[in-house]
Design a protein. Structure first.
Length: 234
């Protein structure tokens, strides 16, 4: 078992009566114990390279993205150089990644917009970020949280799945999951917590390694749970 310290251990009886907020508080404490200072898993050196890396990570592992971005950032680590590099040469570099053609097109267009409309600086609002090619709400949330320190709670597949297993959200869609998690956790914890959940999901509560009945947090939250949790896809 991962946890030796059990100040917040939920009693085994009356499991169905345990409030959602109690589960959230326990999850927050456990994750803080495991990941007191979670790093950003995508290699980058400023706001622009973080934005590019997050766009490239769609339907692709962070490890694979980190293998490709050093060369991309070497030749096009700022918007003006990315714009000059152009779609075809961007594609040559990022071809090993999934959806590479669309991503290359998005990056070329994004760089052009950032240079022309934002004086070469990554925009600092959700609306402006989400107006860029290839940038949805999750990508914008990551950049706002990790580049600019604005409280946000990006929900990826790990967070969406674990929120269901931990009884924190019914998980009908990522919008609902994000809304539910923001209600349960203090705003000051969002930026760190979303990284902590991602790391825990990858290491201990994976799609195949835990079905809601095997990892330490799942077992602590629901010691009487016998049936696997059927997670809704985002």
């Amino acid at each position: 078992m991962l946890f030796l310290n059990a100040e917040l251990r939920i009693p085994s009886k009356g499991i169905q009566k345990v409030k959602k907020q109690e589960r959230a508080d326990l999850v927050r404490q456990r994750l803080k114990e495991l990941y007191p200072n979670p790093p950003i898993p995508l290699d980058h050196h400023d706001e622009f390279t973080l934005l590019v890396a997050v766009i490239l990570s769609a339907q692709c592992t962070d490890k694979k993205v980190n293998q490709v971005t050093p060369e991309l950032f070497r030749v096009a680590g700022i918007p003006e150089k990315m714009r000059r590099l152009g779609e075809s040469k961007i594609l040559e570099i990022i071809r090993p990644l999934g959806l590479s053609r669309q991503k290359a097109k998005n990056l070329a267009n994004l760089a052009d917009i950032v240079v022309r409309q934002h004086a070469g600086a990554v925009p600092r609002t959700f609306d402006q970020l989400e107006a860029l090619p290839g940038v949805g709400h999750k990508t914008a949330s990551v950049v706002m949280a990790q580049a600019f320190g604005v409280p946000a709670f990006p929900v990826d597949t790990h967070i969406h799945r674990l929120a269901q297993r931990w009884g924190l959200s019914s998980g009908k869609n990522v919008v609902q999951t994000e809304r539910d998690l923001k209600r349960l956790f203090p705003e000051s914890s969002w930026n760190e917590l979303h990284l902590q959940i991602i790391f825990y999901g990858r290491e201990h509560c994976t799609a195949r390694g835990c079905d809601g009945t095997k990892c330490a947090i799942c077992c602590e939250l629901y010691p009487r749970r016998k049936k696997p949790v059927e997670c809704r896809k985002p």
